[in-house]
Each structure stands twice: as C-alpha cells, then as structure tokens.
Write a protein that binds this ligand. Structure first.
Ligand code: CA
Ligand code: CA
Length: 577
C-alpha cells in the first residue's frame, strides 16, 4: 500500500523549523521545499508527470535482484571518480546557514567511507572543492587571500582535518585555484590602485616603488573595451574580463608567476592532491598559444613539487581547441563537448537532432583521438553538468529514466568523470541564474540538520525528486543508480583506462557497443539508448564465451545473456567480460 503524504514546507514554516539559525538572514531567499507526493518508501510517485510508465513501489523495490557484485579493483592513480562540491550549499555544521569544511567532514562517509566491507557510500574517490579561500562573494571566485580559508567556511585547521580524513579514505582532494584574476579587494590590487592614484600628472609608475602595478593589466586607454574599468580616481584603466571586481592578473609577469608558484606549493604542502584551474581560456583572452604556455608552466611547476599531482582546467571550448590545450602536458581538461543540454550525452539520450546510439560511440572515440593528438597521456574529464550549467534534471526535463541513462553513460566513459553534488539525487536547477544552479543539498525534508540557506539571490525552486535520506532507502532511486554505476566503475579498471573501439556491427540507432582494452584485459560495454527492450546478438560480432560483469537498468529489470544474445531492458547498460 502506498501511503501518500503531502509534505509542504513553506517559506515561513522552514524559518520556524530552523529556529534561531538564521537571525539576521531572514531576508534571504529560502528554497521552497515541496515534495508533491511521497509514498512510504520515499519514491516520488509522480502520478501526472511520469511519462515513462514507471511503476515504482516498495514491493518491487525491496526485491530487485542483482547477482553481479564483484570485488573492487581500484588502482591508485589519477583516474578517479570526482564529486564536485559547492561548499556553501553542501552541509552546515554550525547552524549559521552556510555550508562549511566541517560539514564536508561530517558527510565524507556519504561520499566514501573508506571501508570496502560496508556498502553504505557512493564510492567517489576524488573530491573537487569549489573555491575555499577568503572572498567577497558567496561563490568565492574572487580571492582576497590565497593562503587561508574563508571564515564562512572555517579555518586552516579544519581544512587540515579534511585532508587527513580524505587521505584515510583514499579520496584525492583537489581545490579550485583561481588565478586568471583576484578580488579587487586583494591587497596587491588595492596597493596598486592607491599608488596609481598618488601619481602626479604626467608621472609614470615606477615598478620598483610599487611592483603590484605590474601584477595587473593597467592601461592609460580603455580603447573602447568593455572589459576595462577605471582604476579608482587614477588616470588608469584595468582589465576585468568577468567583472569589475575581478581584475585580471598579468600572467606574463615573472613576479606574479612566482607568487602563484608559492601559493600552489603552500596548498600542496598542506596535502592537497592537485588543482582545478578556473577560466584558463581567459588567462590571455583570445590568445590560445599563450594560454597553453601558462598551463605548461603551471603543470611543470606543480609536478616538480609532487610528480603525482593532478590538475584539471576549465577550457570552455570545442574539441579542436581542447586538443591544442592538451599540448601543455596538463593531465586533464574538462570535456565540454559532452556536457550540457545540447552536449553529446544528453542529446543522445534525448535523441535530439540526428543523434543516434552509434554516433555517440563514434563521437567519443573521435574526441579521444583528437585529444590524443595533444597529449597521448591525457585523462579525459567528462561531465554533464557543473555549477555553471543547468542540472541534468533540467536537461532531461525531469525524465527520470533519461537522467539515469545519462548518468550511466557518464560513469562508463574513460577518464575521471565529474559529478556535481546533488546530481545523484536528481536535484533541480531553474533557468540561467547561477544561484539557482547552486541550491542547498537536499539531504532530507524531515530533518533539517545541516541543510544550508540558499544563496541570497536564489529563487524558490521546487525539488521534484526525493531528498537523499529517502532515496538511500529506495533500491530504484537515482541515488542507488549512481551508487551502482560507480561501484561497477570501481570494479572494472578497463572502463576508465581502456583503449576504446566501436563494435560497428552491433551498433545502431538505439544500440551502441564498444570494446575497451586495458593491459591485455578486455571488456565490452553495450548500451540500449531507447525506451524499449532490445536483443543484441553479440555472436554476430564474434563475441563468445563472455559473462556479465555488471549492468545498470533504470527500473530494476534484469539484463540477461544466453546463447550469445544479450537482452537489454529499456535504457540499460551491460558490461561483459
Ligand atoms: Ca556554517
Ligand atoms: Ca586574463
């Protein structure tokens, strides 16, 4: 029996529940938590909106058979499964409404508890923290001090504890490092502007008196550019590609490079495993080769400190440009062509345009070939969504089957996939406003402990899918889909590291079949990217004597293999070996 509960926590009620946690913050937009209908297993029954015909109930949920759990086979290298955390919205440990470092520590067991004998975590073995350094904004991409933790998030002592806890779980921890620009309140910038303001008419700046003038891109003319702003009351303008409060650093200045090296060394010495570099395309806007040179210098420096350090950069570009950036020797670049609503994964799942399953395989193999031209050792960094994009729920218009399928495709890609916090429970974003893509992690509706306030400018966004605590109890939830997908990845190192080829004779509009070979070991991955059951005669491709290593299905249906024929339920993925 389904017991339907209408849970509606209004703005006012939420404030009542949170009690004294928010004192001066009552003007902040709170996420309106509305879960339309929840049965006693926590499954969103979605009576009117379910266009998939999924009949999910606790009876079937409790009996989902799965007999393919394998031993974990995790290799200690830079092929990882990363979880991207926006600290502000993740978990609040001290009741001030803002997520913090101690909040992450208290939720590490959710990400990876470091104990293979239990099955209570998601299994991520990498974490990317969005910026944690002192800043003027909620998102903290404008850094005021590169050697500390923003007081909203905690202290360096808290951060050292987080590093220790991550190491105990074999989680690699990388942090966002923003050096295209600083905050306009960084002392380098304020000193430079003060100095320029002090110059007499016609007097030229003397870098031996104020070296910080050389740290930024000051000019006497703005040349009609809309990225140059007047520097205080001085006669000078400065470059701020993103915002007037984010002055761009002059990365050609040797002193600036030395500062950045010192900053990187500081964090590496604390124990971080590497960095995510923000806005690498804007180091020198429009000058690709100079940006490649910056990445090469930074990568060489970081790996001279720690040869195993890992770096991934944001280069929001198409495949040819990304390939060129790989010439820097940087280990990873985000695979933007796969991402977002019109990217390769979501457009294939939704069959947008001329997308087919076969083209999906051919396209990602061709992406890998292109990236290899830049660096044969590249580690792809696939993702579907991040803090700058719409969430997968929006990309798939809340179609749960397609959201799961997209996740399954991501988590069977080569390289180090990145999952943005909350995607594992299908969190919703709304529109293009950034704050609405960075909403509080929905841990629970009934227990508000640790749930953060929304960023101030966020709108009320209805969360369509159940919160984490409910989904964890439901074997057919999005959460449990992610968990199994990551588990399969952690069981089969070929998935991340194997040399890929498309099995053309088995691939079609709805079916995609690939082979991955890693150190002589071969797996076959077959995807049914359609809403119907499909039978694939693998014998037609000469594939015999294979067994099922694991599979993913969206509704608990089993994948079966008999007489060299695989039966794949709608939107399912099987790994054969
Ligand atoms: Ca807090
Ligand atoms: Ca720049």
């Amino acid at each position: 029996m389904k017991k339907k509960i209408i849970v509606l926590i209004s703005y006012l009620a939420l404030i009542l529940v949170l009690g004294g946690c928010n004192k001066a913050e009552t003007d902040k937009a709170k996420p309106e938590v509305i879960t339309e209908e929840i049965n006693d297993n926590g499954t969103d029954t979605k009576e009117e909106t379910d266009d998939n015909g999924t009949d999910v109930n606790s009876e079937t949920a409790a009996e989902v058979p799965y007999k393919y759990v394998q031993e974990l086979n995790i290799i200690d290298d830079n092929y990882r499964n990363f979880y991207e955390i926006f600290v502000y919205s993740f978990y609040d440990s001290d009741g001030d409404g803002i997520g913090d470092i101690n909040g992450i520590i208290s939720k590490l067991d959710y990400i990876n508890d470091g104990d293979d004998s239990t099955d209570s975590d998601l299994g991520f073995n990498g974490i990317w923290l969005m910026p944690i350094m002192p800043s003027t904004t909620y998102h903290k991409y404008d850094v005021k001090d590169y050697y500390n933790i923003d007081p909203q998030y905690g202290t360096l002592e808290d951060f050292k504890k987080l590093i220790k806890e991550c190491k105990a779980r074999d989680i690699k921890l990388i942090i966002d490092l923003v050096f295209n620009h600083t905050s306009a309140q960084h002392p380098w910038f304020t000193q430079a502007v003060n100095y320029l303001e002090s110059l007499k008419e016609g007097e030229e700046p003397d870098l031996t008196v104020c070296p910080y003038v050389g740290y930024y891109n000051f000019a006497k003319e703005n040349n009609g550019s809309n990225t140059y702003y007047r520097a205080g009351k001085s006669d000078y303008y400065y470059e701020g590609v993103f915002w007037d409060q984010m002055p761009d650093l002059n990365l050609g200045n040797e002193q600036v490079r030395k500062e950045i090296e010192n900053i990187a060394k500081f964090w590496l010495d604390l124990g971080v495993d590497g960095f995510r570099l923000d806005a690498a395309k804007e180091f020198y806007s429009g000058e690709k080769q100079r940006n490649v040179d910056v990445l090469k210098w930074f990568t060489d420096y970081v790996q001279s400190v720690n040869e195993d350090a890992y770096i991934v950069a944001e280069v929001w570009e198409e495949e040819a440009a990304i390939s060129t950036y790989y010439e820097s020797g940087i280990p990873s670049l985000f695979n933007f062509p796969l991402s977002q609503h019109d990217g390769l994964i979501t457009s294939t799942v939704r069959k947008l345009g001329t997308s087919t399953a076969k083209k999906f395989a051919k396209s990602f193999v061709s992406l890998y070939e292109k990236y290899s031209e830049g660096n044969t050792e590249f580690i792809d960094a696939p993702f579907i969504s991040n803090h700058d994009t719409t969430r997968i729920s929006a990309q798939c218009v809340n179609n749960e089957d397609q959201m799961k399928m997209a996740a399954g495709m991501l988590l069977t890609m080569n390289g180090s996939p990145y999952v943005y916090y909350g995607e594992e429970i299908g969190m919703n974003s709304m529109g293009s406003k950034d704050e609405n893509k960075r909403l509080p992690m929905q841990w629970s509706i009934t227990d508000t402990t640790g749930i953060t306030d929304a960023p101030e400018a966020a709108d009320k966004v209805t969360q369509k899918f159940s919160p984490a605590d409910e989904q964890m109890k439901n074997p057919l939830s999005i959460y449990n889909y992610y968990k199994r997908a990551i588990r399969i990845r952690n069981e089969n190192p070929e998935i991340a590291r194997g040399k890929v080829s498309v099995i053309e004779e088995l691939s079609s509009e709805d079916i995609c079949a690939v082979k991955k070979v890693y150190e002589g070991s071969e797996v076959i991955i077959i995807y049914n990217i359609s809403n119907e059951e499909k039978m694939v005669a693998i014998g037609d491709a000469g594939l015999t004597d294979l067994t099922i290593r694991g599979y993913l299905s969206v509704d608990g249906s089993e994948v079966s293999l008999a007489d060299n024929k695989v039966t794949l339920p709608k939107y399912s993925i099987v790994i054969l070996k």
